[in-house]
Ligand binder design. Structure first.
Ligand SMILES: Cc1cc2nc3c(=O)[nH]c(=O)nc-3n(C[C@H](O)[C@H](O)[C@H](O)COP(=O)(O)OP(=O)(O)OC[C@H]3O[C@@H](n4cnc5c(N)ncnc54)[C@H](O)[C@@H]3O)c2cc1C
Length: 742
């Protein structure tokens, strides 16, 4: 029986302490020779050996590619909950290179001498079974329920986490029937040593494991078969182990560098060749297969078996380990049925073709996953995640033309442009993706001087709803080019943008805090001062009440685009007078440093986002008093005013779908509930338009507020031509059939 796993080779190195660097050097040699895995036995009672955990950690730091595993870990002296944490930590530190192999024990006198508990053979199997559950439970940070242990590991109240970097397999060193059954029921691999096996043991062990796997509702191929090799084993024998007994990981035991080299040079290529050619002849499908538990979590309505070949390897389903890091966005908890992660434009076309065959299933397009509406995830639908399309490339130094993939984040863009002395007006948060922002607007710290992000787009490559790839620019598909710059989500998937960026040196980065108890007066003075400021100054304001009934504090922050300290102070001086200043910090920094404010952590949005947006010309007395009432009511934890105007208003209103060029301010607030709605409605009376990037409501009313009638009519006409079936329907669709939804 060949279970169809890719063939791998590892080494088994004695962790002797007489020459402590020797095993480390052998591990490094294993990596250089191309082995997939280096392993160390674990006998914590053996004074001649280095401690295996310590050695594993040291080797992880001294290698770069090779996987590292104990072979096998002595569970009775490694308490499972701590072991889970250590394993996850080492996996995170090594970049996902740790694999876990466990043994139930043995050498009980020695274990007892080291403070371990003596167990009967039956108890040791039970303890191992419980340990596997506890370890997997500790790693599962997506489950919020309390961790449940048992007799050997009660884990009462133990906290879950950390989650490892990759799906760490748990292999089991097993020989006896109960251990073999446990391996079949729960293990990810069977790891015996050939010198301890009698003829027929491999076949009998496989049969026991396969039966137990089937009894547990698993497919036998969910258990990888590994084998420690001692003594001379020929290429033919190894090929037979692979093709007849399903062994896919061969681990060669021995500390002789010459032997390791010879095995790598002669045996490994010969075994690979023999196995691969026979697999080709038999038509064996090779690759990791999803287990029964993972398949059971598939969502209805998605033809999983028809996912295009090009996307399969990177596709993520609810039962997959990677799902926890791709299901949600920054703002919203999601539970998509399938996340497709194309790496090339061709794969985007494939992904869209697949999605098009599912007209009844929600479709999210994701670049950086920061969409405030949260529609780049969904419940039970398909997500096309463009994160891998993140190249940043300078096309022409003279015109400062750059090509950027939608999956790049603005902090990476700022970092890449900085050595050239350039910057591209983006937003205020480095984690936001290029794709979402550059198709909607882009109100950032350079807006008053350099305009919106969309004002810098000079061309875009777009995959249309019908799967064709077209270029949009002033000369090519100009109507599509118009639509992309403000309503891009409606007309296609932008797979690359060309921008002309600005020369920007170091900037003044200011953060000022005020007592804003006189909230209306403060808002008004902020507005007046902002409008009077030169264009090189773009400041934002966040107002929030400190606790129930507490004072309102205003934080003014943003950029003065000057590297001259005197100019920076001069620009900020009038702002220092708009209220009692309670804190200030001003520094000279590259724009890239200002934008380096996001982490690399996976998105973990909770619940539904509740954002409201509006655009106004001035923060006059009426706007200020309605805004102040909202903030004072305590019904919003976050009320933000962004300055626009300046260069943004230089662009004619009909040049892009972002038509409200008159607005000097974009206002956004988080909130829900009656009190918030009442106050927001009063404030909204003064708005003329809204900015979709800060809005979470969907429906016709919202797009009608975002786009003035002439703009919306043009958009709808373009939508009818480029996306007649409303394939892109889930995020602020302008399709007329949606116009009745609220
Ligand atoms: C913390 C934070 C700070 C923010 N700061 C600013 C700011 O300073 N200025 C500002 O203007 N906005 C800001 N925003 C709003 C942000 O610009 C938008 O939400 C933007 O859509 C996010 O882009 P993304 O690629 O990260 O989002 P995603 O969630 O990946 O995408 C959002 C939507 O854009 C569409 N989309 C994404 N990629 C593409 C593509 N390649 N082609 C076509 N359509 C696509 C999809 O409809 C998707 O639902 C901020 C949001 C957050 C959460």
């Amino acid at each position: 029986m060949d279970y169809g796993h890719p063939i791998q080779f590892g080494t088994f190195i004695t962790p002797v302490n007489s020459s402590p660097q020797h095993p480390v050097r052998l591990a490094q040699l294993s990596e250089r020779l191309g082995y997939d895995l280096v392993t160390f036995q674990d006998h914590p009672y053996q004074p001649a050996f280095l401690d295996t955990w310590t050695l594993l950690s040291y080797v992880a730091a001294a290698t770069e590619r090779i996987h590292i595993a104990p072979n096998v870990l002595n569970l009775p002296l490694r308490p499972a909950p701590v072991l889970a944490r250590a394993a996850a930590s080492l996996d995170l530190l090594s970049g996902g290179r740790f694999d876990l192999a466990l043994g139930a024990g043995g050498f009980w006198d020695a274990i007892e001498a080291m403070g371990g508990r003596r167990l009967t053979p039956g108890q040791s199997v039970d303890a191992l079974s419980e340990a596997i559950d506890v370890i997997r439970g500790m790693w599962d940070v997506t489950t919020r329920s309390q961790l449940v242990g048992g007799q050997y590991y009660p884990v009462k109240g133990a906290k879950r986490g950390p989650s490892p970097a990759h799906e760490v397999p748990i292999w089991i060193g097993a020989y006896k029937p109960r251990m073999l059954r446990l391996t079949g029921a729960k293990g990810d691999g069977w790891l015996p040593s050939l010198p301890y096996l009698q003829p027929g043991d491999l076949q009998a062990g496989n049969a026991r494991i396969d039966d137990a796997a089937a009894d547990a509702g698993r497919h036998p191929s969910e258990v990888r078969r590994l084998l420690n090799l001692g003594g001379d084993v020929s290429v033919d024998q190894l090929a037979a182990f692979a093709l007849e007994d399903g062994v896919s990981t061969f681990i060669v035991m021995g500390d002789d560098p010459t032997m390791l080299q010879r095995f790598a040079d002669e045996t490994i290529p010969a075994v690979r060749e023999a196995v691969e050619s026979e697999r080709r002849r038999r038509g064996t499908i090779v690759g990791a297969r999803r287990g029964a538990a993972a398949l059971a979590r598939r969502r209805p309505g998605i033809a999983y078996d028809e996912v295009p070949e090009s996307l399969r390897e990177n596709a993520v389903e609810p039962g997959d380990f990677a799902y926890r890091s791709v299901k949600s966005t920054y703002m919203r908890a999601g539970a998509p049925g399938l996340v497709l992660r194309p790496r090339t434009v061709g794969e985007v076309v494939d992904a869209l073709a697949f999605a098009r065959r599912h007209p009844g299933v929600p479709l999210g397009i994701r670049s950086g996953g920061h969409g405030v509406s949260g529609r780049s995830t969904n419940d039970g639908g398909i997500v096309i995640d463009l994160g891998a399309l993140n190249d940043i490339e300078v096309l022409d130094e003279a015109t400062r033309r750059v090509r950027i993939g939608p999956g790049a984040r603005w902090m990476d863009v700022a970092q890449a442009l900085q050595p050239h002395g350039w910057a591209l007006s983006s937003g205020d948060y480095g984690g936001v993706g290029v794709g979402g922002l550059a198709t909607a607007g882009g109100i950032g710290f350079l807006a008053r001087e350099h305009g919106l992000t969309i004002d810098h787009v000079v061309a875009a490559d777009v995959v249309l709803a019908d799967g064709s790839l077209v270029r949009a620019s002033a000369d090519e598909n100009p109507d599509l080019f118009w639509a992309v710059r403000g309503a891009g989500a409606n007309v296609g998937i932008v797979v690359s943008f060309e921008f002309e960026v600005d020369a920007v040196g170091e900037v003044g980065w200011a953060q000022l805090a005020f007592d804003a108890s006189d909230t209306a007066g403060f808002l008004r003075r902020f507005g007046e001062t902002m409008e009077a400021a030169p264009r090189d100054t773009t400041l934002f304001l966040i107002l929030a009440r400190q606790g129930r009934g507490g004072d309102v504090v205003g934080q003014v922050y943003g950029v003065v685009d000057s590297s001259d300290p005197d100019t920076i102070i001069e620009r900020l001086q009038p702002f220092a007078a708009i209220g009692p200043l309670i804190g200030q910090q001003v520094s000279l920094a590259p724009y890239a440093v200002v934008m380096a404010n996001a982490s690399d952590a996976a998105h973990d949005g909770q619940g539904e986002p509740r954002f409201r947006s509006g655009l106004v010309a001035h923060l006059d007395a009426d706007v200020a008093s309605a805004g102040a009432a909202l903030v004072q009511s305590g019904s919003t934890p976050w009320f933000q005013v962004r300055s626009v105007g300046g260069a943004v208003a230089d662009v004619p209103p009909d040049a892009t779908p972002y038509a409200h060029r008159y607005a000097n301010f974009s206002i956004a607030a988080i909130g829900h509930g009656d009190r918030f709605e009442r106050h927001w409605i009063q404030l909204a009376e003064h708005f003329d338009g809204l900015y979709l990037s800060f809005e979470s409501r969907q429906g016709a009313e919202v797009v009608e507020e975002a786009f003035p009638p002439a703009t919306l009519a043009r958009l709808r006409e373009i939508k009818r031509r480029y996306d007649p079936d409303a394939v892109f329907r889930d995020n602020f669709s302008v399709a007329v059939q949606d116009a009745v939804a609220g």
